[in-house]
Design a protein around this ligand. Sequence first.
Ligand code: AMP
Length: 195
Amino acid sequence: MLIIGPPGSGKGTQAERISERLSVAAISTGDIFRAHVKGGTPLGVEAGKYMDAGDFVPDSVTNEMVRSRLSQDDVDNGFLLDGYPRTVAQIDYLDGVLAARELTLDVVLQLTADDEELVERLLGRARETGRSDDNEAVIRHRLDLYHEQTEAVVATYARRTILTRVDGIGAIDEVTDRVMDAIGSPGTAALVRAP
Ligand code: AMP
């Protein structure tokens, strides 16, 4: 399963909850990058420059990191990938990695939210956590990239008829309930169709 949403849509929070309920591994490219930045690894030093500016980390770094993570055994029981793919080129790469591992995607979940709501939320998060990519100019740049690049990813999965959209505005529990209703039981035919 994939979870896709604009910055501030709560996808990280929902991803953790969904992965717990479905007992599948949650894999967040943003979290992996932040762990590298914190640890001061060469990958973290490289990625951090892009993250602070709100830019995408280059595919040469990101793709290999995802391939390596998806080669671990825990994904055989299912996985929830959060934050990848963000570009159409990353879809192609992911298709190849999944095919090589004989894995298929059951569902792609998009969390939706209005831009101005997201800016407000992210500015609030910046005050609470001091995340270095949460200032207004960077936030707006990340939203622009989402519209310019990641909406094409969503459209691709809609064409593959594995997309479901859920309104990400509301209390965290409410959104989780909406998500669980929308995705049903993974592995069943009733799963998901693009709305
Ligand atoms: P996130 O926590 O998902 O918002 O990701 C934080 C930052 O990590 C993004 O703004 C990008 O700089 C970087 N990042 C995460 N996932 C990707 C990806 N799939 N491709 C490129 N950059 C990414």
